[in-house]
Write a protein that binds this ligand. Structure first.
Ligand SMILES: CC(C)(COP(=O)(O)OP(=O)(O)OC[C@H]1O[C@@H](n2cnc3c(N)ncnc32)[C@H](O)[C@@H]1OP(=O)(O)O)[C@@H](O)C(=O)NCCC(=O)NCCS
Length: 491
């Protein structure tokens, strides 16, 4: 008798048991003493025998049935959630459709990638390096901040004088490079953006440095009043389980200052968490990623972004709305890809590289912003160093002073909008407020998404705002820059 028949014919059930088990069949194992059991039951009361017989009948029909109540996998009631295969399918489709775009691009424009051309983005004149000089000059501001803090710690400066010196120092950090970028013609837009980025980071760091040292002074004064002695930490350095712990004012050294300047954080701390050692393989992996992704960024910009932007100028000039929208969508894909590559290269590869080199322990540079179901969640999680700085040095101090949550949030977004505009408009030498508005619009957008959209819809809204919002701003700036510089030349 075939295995199939043995499995389904009641008479063959007990006889074929061993063979089924050997083949790994799906039938339940049948007790070997089933015959003896039946004989014993026959000697019992008629009711027990009857119920046992019914049970055996049910067991047999269970063994023979091949259907049960169950939902289809794709209906939500099934509780099924393993979509790994579908995700792979999406990736394959993405690769295939982009391979087609890549081929089309190559056939239409040929190879446009030219890494040497990137140098000309930073240098107008090979004998003049204004951007590099500005970066070197930035050390002066670092030393002024350190000097001021030392004088404050020795009470050579009063709190008011110290505060004024810090304010002048930080105002100069923002205005001096902006003036140089605006007035010196040999500074290119890319060089200017780089320099202003460095100075903005320095501004945020020195602001944090000033605040933390002030908090230390306040704490030590409060403790001194309470305990009638100057500090809880009698010497400026202590050993805590093998680690050297620095106490105020022992932190006011050039070494500590420059460690903070180079560390991948904007928030100062006297004792940063440190990793035990530098892992060479980790360091080399991050370095390789950085080099690879920088090349990829340059290649994608030259081969994909620039041709699309150039082809968008005409529809923008003619105010041809449908073609403008088509170009915007066309730009959205390479722009978004560039942004994702930039995110990985900057927030993962380069920050981890610097942190590993400096044995800086806190590696939380980003959280899972890609799962954002609200705009608020996105801003809390995509750029952790900036978010931490905003909370610690701006948002919470405003809340503590009695400002409402909405006013404080608006103030943070206003500050962020100012810096976004500063970093774009000054290097381009053109003030259009697109970046500023892009940041300010986040507030109503956050309210709308939080109020009306939930779950996957909220997540989709965040992605759409990223994919469409950025290329819109890019197109606006490039168009205005083109009109300002090239149309005037043509006229
Ligand atoms: C504005 C911003 C700081 C708000 O952050 P948020 O996390 O939504 O703020 P919340 O109101 O949830 O509160 C955050 C903290 O303040 C505390 N807080 C809230 N209300 C408070 C009050 N009345 N008093 C004191 N603390 C308060 C919370 O307890 C919380 O503390 P925790 O961080 O220790 O948990 C944030 O959206 C942000 O960083 N935006 C700008 C981001 C940006 O521009 N990034 C640029 C990237 S390029």
């Amino acid at each position: 008798m075939s295995a199939h028949l043995r499995r389904h014919h009641p008479a063959s059930v007990s006889g074929s048991r061993t063979a089924e088990q050997g083949r790994g069949g799906s039938l339940e194992p049948i007790p070997a003493n089933i015959g003896r059991e039946a004989g014993r039951h026959d000697r019992r009361s008629p009711e027990t025998a009857k119920s046992d017989k019914k049970k055996r009948g049910d067991d047999t029909s269970d063994r023979l049935s091949c259907h049960k109540i169950q939902e289809s996998l794709l209906s939500s009631a099934s509780g099924y959630n393993n979509y790994r295969g579908i995700l792979n399918w999406c990736v394959v489709m993405l690769v295939l459709s982009n391979a087609r775009l890549f081929l089309e691009n190559l056939l239409r424009y040929g190879v446009l990638v030219d890494p040497i051309q990137v140098i000309s983005l930073f240098l107008n004149d090979p004998y003049s390096w204004p951007a590099a000089c500005l970066v070197i000059v930035s050390n002066v501001f670092v030393l002024v901040a350190l000097y001021t803090e030392r004088q404050l710690s020795k009470s050579s400066f009063s709190e008011l004088v110290g505060y004024l010196v810090h304010c002048i120092n930080m105002a100069t950090i923002l205005t001096f490079p902006a003036a140089v970028v605006l007035l010196v013609p040999s500074v290119t837009p890319a060089g200017g953006a780089f320099v202003l980025g460095v100075y903005t980071i320095l501004f945020l760091k020195l602001y944090s440095y000033k605040d933390v040292n002030m908090w230390c002074r306040e704490l030590s004064t409060a403790k001194a009043k309470k305990l009638a002695r100057s500090l809880s930490c009698p010497t400026s350095q202590q050993f805590n389980g093998g680690n050297r712990t620095v106490c105020y004012p022992g932190n006011l050294t050039i070494r500590d200052m420059f460690y903070f300047v180079f560390a991948p954080t904007l928030c100062y701390e006297l004792n940063f968490p440190r990793s035990p050692k530098i892992r060479m393989s980790f360091l080399l992996r991050r370095l390789f990623e950085m080099l690879f992704f920088i090349q990829l960024l340059v290649g994608l910009t030259q081969q994909w972004m620039i041709p699309v932007i150039q082809s968008s100028m005409k529809p923008l000039e003619d105010m041809d709305l449908s073609r403008m929208f088509e170009r915007l969508l066309r730009l959205a894909v390479p722009n978004h890809l560039l942004w994702l590559v930039f995110f990985y290269c900057f927030f993962h590869s380069s920050m981890n590289f610097t942190a590993e080199l400096l044995r800086f322990g806190d590696r939380q540079f980003y959280k899972d912003w890609w799962n954002s179901e609200t705009v608020t969640y996105f801003w809390q999680n995509w750029n952790i160093p900036v978010h931490k700085w905003c909370l610690r040095h701006f948002y919470k101090p405003l809340l503590r002073r009695g400002f409402s949550k909405i006013v404080s949030q608006s103030a943070v977004f206003f500050l962020s909008a100012f810096f976004h505009e500063y970093l774009v408009s000054v290097p381009l030498r053109m003030f259009r407020l697109w970046a500023f508005m892009g940041m300010m619009v986040q507030l109503p957008l956050a309210w709308f998404v939080g109020r009306f959209l939930r779950g996957n819809y909220g997540n989709a809204a965040v992605w759409i705002s990223l994919i469409i919002g950025q290329p819109f701003a890019v197109l606006m700036y490039v168009h205005d820059y083109y009109v300002l510089h090239y149309r005037q030349e043509a006229d």
